[in-house]
Unconditional design. Sequence first.
Length: 255
Amino acid sequence: MFQAHSAGFVPLFGSSKGSGWVSRLEWSPKGTLLAAASGKELLVVDRDGQLVRRFAVPSTATDLVWSVDGSRVAVSAYGGVQWFLPDGPSDAAVKTMAWKGSILKMAQSATGAWLCHGNQDNSVHIWKVKSGDELEISGYPAKVDVLEFDGSGRWLAVGTVGHTSVWDCAGKGPRGRRPVACEGHSRRVTAVAWRPRTTTLASGAVIASGVMLSDGVMLADGVVLEHVDRDRFAACMVFGACAAGTSVDCGDIFE
């Protein structure tokens, strides 16, 4: 963790306060606390780099998300998802969503109603946070580590081989519903991003597949709006910072 200074960036928090591979960093909704999934721990530090809480995780932490109100942090590891209270009286998890498997990536809806995770066993597991009801979607052709909710919290995009499947999580959720398939790639989708306040989805894939913009949740099938040939692996993707989100920025891995 670094802070801008006249002399450059000054480190505020580093390896002396913890150990292990840091798989995920995320600021709280109000920007007052930073959570880190580090090794078999969940670390929470303030804006001055002071360690606020340290929580033990049963196995290596793979991802984390803050609750919408910023009162809780969920961390994933082999065996499920645990919720912790940074301001709570105990270091024990206040809620556990047990799932026997290796979790790779989590996503939470904007309303906080749904929490889902993509897994090593080619599946997506979806939880209704309040009730604990769960649904597993299996049968993907490869491990699932690309998934993201749109800004409304209704649509869940899951990147897979050759396309992105979009699930409708309105009302009682995706159970019994068929996803929309946004096609256009020839290889594995590695990044997705929703355009702010719209149902336009961008997806990127491995080398030779390019970048695709698809309005795949307004129609019965994915429709390619634009296809850009690129010579790089799209590792991450985000729409431009402007309010309209008129551009797509990609983080690349050169090969």
